[in-house]
Design a protein around this ligand. Structure first.
Ligand code: ZN
Length: 197
């Protein structure tokens, strides 16, 4: 695929990849998850707005961290980061539509590896991949309860709590790394022979 010139187009494409694969993983959970694992539920309705605000807020902080390193031209990443952070929860969609599903099918290591691989092959922009990894880790750092880290290969659920701090640190590191990558890529190349003779 042609390297996308506009960061905004690359960000939009990354968003579609992320949401698309999250929905595929949701379908795989429904198709292959044992019925005993199809017990996904929503959090109490009155806590949903504050949870979404926490996700968007942490995503925004991560995006701003990247921009602090690179500057205002990384503005598209400041939008992409919270969008990806919030949209991981698109995997709750079947519950809202009234269907049984596995718990958090896209909150999975297998999901993020797949999404990163597809992004690497199609968009070929390390900064976008780092933002995606940061947003994913940032989301899990804000979540609580249980998840299936290897969905859809395994639907055994474990507590998220012990992983939240390392995930938050990983999210911050990846956000800063995205800024560093952009900064390096934009450094003016020194013309060969410039200033000589
Ligand atoms: Zn979540």
């Amino acid at each position: 695929m042609v390297r996308m010139k506009s960061g905004w187009w690359a960000a939009l494409f990354a968003l579609l990849i992320y949401v698309g694969i999250a929905l595929i993983f949701t379908g795989l959970g429904i198709a292959f998850g044992p019925s005993a694992a199809q017990v996904g539920a929503t959090r109490p309705t009155d806590t949903i707005p504050s949870h979404l605000a926490a996700l968007a807020g942490f995503g925004l902080i991560l995006g701003i961290l990247g921009m602090m390193i690179y500057g205002r031209r990384a503005l598209h990443l400041v939008f992409l980061m919270p969008a990806l952070t919030v949209l991981l929860d698109i995997d709750h969609l079947p519950i809202y539509l009234g269907y049984a599903e596995t718990i958090r099918p896209a909150h999975s290591v297998v999901f993020i590896i797949t999404a990163l691989a597809v992004t690497a092959i199609t968009i070929k922009a390390l900064d976008i991949e780092l933002v995606m990894a940061s947003a994913f880790m940032g989301h899990l750092a804000v979540d609580s309860g249980i998840f299936a880290p290897f969905s859809p290969l395994s639907f055994s659920y474990i507590q998220l709590a012990p992983f939240r701090l390392p995930l938050a640190l990983g999210a911050v590191a990846a956000a800063l790394a995205a800024g560093v990558v952009l900064r390096r890529a934009s450094r003016p190349t020194i013309q060969k022979g410039a200033g000589l003779g």
